[in-house]
Design a protein around this ligand. Structure first.
Ligand code: AHR
Ligand code: AHR
Ligand code: AHR
Ligand code: AHR
Ligand code: AHR
Length: 480
């Protein structure tokens, strides 16, 4: 069997949406408090932002940040989180059963987004909240007139509107676990009102209604909102102790996204797009902190997803890893420092070594069939023809740099044939993410067990490339 990758840099297929590399931060466990925000820590700046976390986040150039939940948002009242910090009320969060001090609120979130260069994406409370509260939140953020909440924002020291563009119309309202959960009919009716009136207030916003694995739900929601919403969301959590059971589900995710897209095409006249606003491996912990210990296995899954999204970003232009810090976190903090998990490393590799335009790539690979179980509730799944290698090639906006990412899911080293049309002899740089074995983890004491290494290699129009076992490799070549 031959494994090969054939790239045609002259054949540009489409623009890759920058928002596929997004993240999610929820008021859950130590994601916000003790994660990105920690008052009185010697590691924090005067705003309470952990400086070590900020610099790690800046290295993966987060384009869009979803907040404040997740399940949390469905009992969150945004007005508790503005104004003088010492006067903000503490509340009990029913979703994760912990006290919320409200010391990190809307203004702090926007400040954080500006600091890291991310577009803010706010998810609304449709559980204990209502349309009035949602409209006021929008007015507080984006209002520029003389109305109460626009003035309140200015009084609190923020003269310019925040121009929050992305608004999530509730979170997972279909689920019994969601505060105030709804039937499809109830949600469809409510969601339409939210989208409609929020867009009357600010026509420049883009809205995300809730989708899920239930086709019946999706059809009802798309029928009710497909003429006015920009996006429908989809969430995907996977993983098990088994390596192939985990990495193969990149292709289950692909099937599911294609399934949602088919429903959109069936029901809507407009091109509603998909926002994958929660995705990750999650199978080990189900306490209320969710500090999942990520391994190389999970990092390889993440590489596969990012490569998949590069190829599907016309259908799925926005995605948010769930989550960025501590809770299902790509970054793990302790009082005295942090370490970066293999999932973070996947972003570090792909985000920093990919171009803005997708070019034609053909992959030849051996494939396998698998029956497995995923997620912490062990949902069964079945897949056929899962590839052992996959990849995508991109070029920079100016056309001067070529990037070829190849993920080797196989737990064995592989020699592959590479063909790059019109290349000729050149020197490229290879970046390789891997570790000693699929269960390898980073820790505070040993932060680089799973890591990215780089070296120069000779390339040509045709050459052989060795892929390490369970690795993701990016080859970067200056074209002119
Ligand atoms: O590229 C991401 C989004 O895709 C844009 O914000 C939106 O206009 C388009 O649908
Ligand atoms: O990311 C953890 C939780 O998973 C989110 O709060 C919720 O939306 C999903 O069920
Ligand atoms: O600084 C420009 C601002 O950045 C825009 O108003 C907003 O959309 C983006 O986050
Ligand atoms: O305060 C007025 C509102 O602010 C406008 O309706 C909206 O478009 C703007 O952002
Ligand atoms: O019981 C927890 C919930 O179950 C999670 O928030 C959701 O994603 C899952 O289906």
């Amino acid at each position: 069997m031959t494994f090969s990758i054939h790239v045609n840099p002259k054949k540009i297929l489409k623009q890759v949406s920058k928002y596929i590399y997004g993240h999610f931060t929820e008021h859950l466990g130590r994601c916000v408090y003790g994660g990105l925000y920690e008052e009185d820590s010697p590691l924090s700046d005067e705003r309470g932002f952990r400086k070590d976390v900020l610099s790690a986040i800046k290295k993966i150039r987060v384009p869009v940040l979803r907040w404040p939940g997740g399940n949390f948002v469905s009992n969150y009242h945004w007005q508790d989180g503005i104004g003088p910090k010492d006067q903000r009320p503490a509340r009990f969060d029913l979703a994760w059963q912990q006290e919320e001090s409200n010391r990190f609120g809307t203004d702090e979130f926007i400040e954080y987004c500006r600091e890291i260069g991310a577009e803010p994406y706010i998810c609304l409370n449709m559980g204990t909240g209502n349309l009035d509260e949602a409209l006021h939140w929008l007015e507080y953020c984006n209002g520029n007139g003389n109305t109460y909440f626009a003035k309140l924002r200015r009084n609190y020291g923020h003269p310019e509107p925040y121009h929050v563009k992305f608004w999530g119309i509730g979170n997972e309202m279909y689920g019994e676990w969601q505060v105030g959960h709804m039937t499809a009919e109830e949600y469809a009716k409510n969601a339409r009102e939210y989208v409609k009136w929020m867009k009357v207030f600010d026509p420049s916003i883009e809205t995300v209604v809730i989708g899920c694995d239930d086709a019946d739900w999706n059809v009802k929601i798309l029928k009710a909102t497909g003429d006015i919403t920009d996006y429908i969301s989809y969430h995907f959590y996977t993983g098990s102790e088994d390596y192939y059971e985990t990495v193969s589900t990149v292709y289950l995710l692909k099937e599911r996204l294609i399934g949602v897209k088919k429903l959109i095409d069936m029901v809507c006249k407009r091109n509603v797009k998909i926002v994958l606003d929660e995705w990750n491996v999650w199978h080990r912990v189900m306490d209320n902190k969710l500090e999942e210990p990520y391994t190389l296995k999970d990092g390889i899954f993440a590489c596969g997803v990012l490569i998949l999204l590069q190829k599907m970003s016309d259908i799925v232009p926005i995605a948010n890893l769930a989550q960025l810090v501590n809770a299902l976190g790509a970054i793990h903090t302790e009082k005295n420092g942090l370490y970066l998990t293999p999932v973070y490393k996947a972003f570090e590799l792909i985000v920093n070594h990919s171009g803005e335009k997708l070019v034609e790539t053909n992959i030849e690979t051996e494939r396998y069939d698998i029956d497995g179980k995923m997620f912490f509730n062990k949902t069964p799944f079945s897949l056929s023809e899962v590839p052992y290698i996959d990849g995508a090639a991109t070029i920079s906006q100016d056309g001067k740099k070529l990037y070829i990412s190849t993920v080797n899911y196989k737990k064995e080293e592989l020699m592959i044939n590479v063909r790059i049309e019109g290349m000729g002899k050149k020197i490229g740089t290879l970046y390789v993410l891997t570790g000693p074995d699929v269960n390898a983890q980073n820790t505070l004491a040993k932060p680089n067990v799973v890591d990215i290494t780089s070296r120069s290699i000779n390339v040509d129009t045709e050459f052989k490339l060795k892929l390490d076992a369970s690795s993701c490799t990016t080859l970067e070549i200056q074209l002119e």
